[in-house]
Design a protein around this ligand. Structure first.
Ligand SMILES: *[C@@H]1O[C@H](CO)[C@@H](O)[C@H](O)[C@H]1NC(C)=O
Ligand SMILES: *[C@@H]1O[C@H](CO)[C@@H](O)[C@H](O)[C@H]1NC(C)=O
Length: 228
């Protein structure tokens, strides 16, 4: 009797462990051993200690007076963190890799609302952030309500210099579709910074004559109807 009872008790645990094994086998291709990957890793050093390349993509979401909502994606390659596979995985919050100390140099009341960090198997990090920032009007162009967004490294953390490349930009904001770019080098305490000055230009679209005409004729037709 005791013998049968033991068998009965063992059965569920046996089947449960079999299921666990199946799950592990299924998850294997997406598995990253973070402790292994970060062994001997130095987060105080950039992947390139003399000139670190960082790619940017920018999307302007909304503009209200001088307050701008935008999404910024920064990508850089860290050869130290290649892993086998062909997946991009979210980086857990307790994992601290090197990342660029990028900030909005001319932003007032800057808020980072959302952020996510992902690592591709080839060592490419992708840091996506949603920002809110108040910007000053372009001094030269106050009349036209142009805005300038200055993206910069704070202190070239872990490297001599950070070189930002704006790979793509877009704006879905009405009358602010036009974006321009120029790089400005700056020296402070013998440290060189290569700032990106991104112009967000106010260029109102002249209202289409066809829509105006349509509106006038329909109001005329209505007034004619009402006099009958
Ligand atoms: C950065 O952009 C350049 C040019 O488009 C590309 O060749 C390079 O692979 C990109 N690097 C990263 C880390 O995204
Ligand atoms: C409105 O009525 C006037 C006079 O009957 C006519 O000349 C005009 O074409 C009409 N306008 C429209 C939009 O129907």
């Amino acid at each position: 009797m005791i013998f049968f009872y033991t068998i009965l008790c063992l059965l569920p645990s046996l089947s449960a462990s079999a299921i666990d094994e199946d799950l592990i086998i299924e998850r294997r291709p997406h598995h990253v051993d973070w402790e292994d990957l970060f062994m001997e890793y130095n987060k105080y050093s950039a992947p390139d200690r003399s000139r670190q390349e960082v790619n940017l993509t920018l999307e302007i979401i909304d503009i209200s007076f001088h307050r701008v909502l935008f999404e910024l994606v920064q990508t850089w390659r860290d050869e130290r963190l290649r892993f086998v596979g062909s997946v991009r995985v979210p980086v857990p919050s307790h994992i601290q890799p090197w990342y660029p100390d990028t900030y909005i140099r001319n932003g007032w009341d800057v808020i980072v609302e959302q952020k996510s960090l992902e690592l591709n198997y080839d060592g490419t990090f992708s840091l996506r952030q949603k920002y809110q920032a108040t910007l000053d009007l372009d001094e030269k162009n106050k009349l036209f309500q142009d805005l300038t967004l200055v993206i910069s490294s704070f202190n070239n953390y872990g490297t001599e210099r950070i070189n930002y490349n704006l790979i793509s930009s877009k704006s879905e904001v009405k009358n602010y579709e036009h974006i321009s770019l120029h790089k400005v080098s700056r020296k402070s305490d013998n440290i060189y910074f290569d700032d990106l000055h991104i112009g967000i230009h106010y260029s109102p679209v002249i209202s289409q004559p066809t829509t105006t005409q349509k509106y006038e004729s329909s109001t005329l037709a209505q007034s004619n109807n009402s006099t009958k």
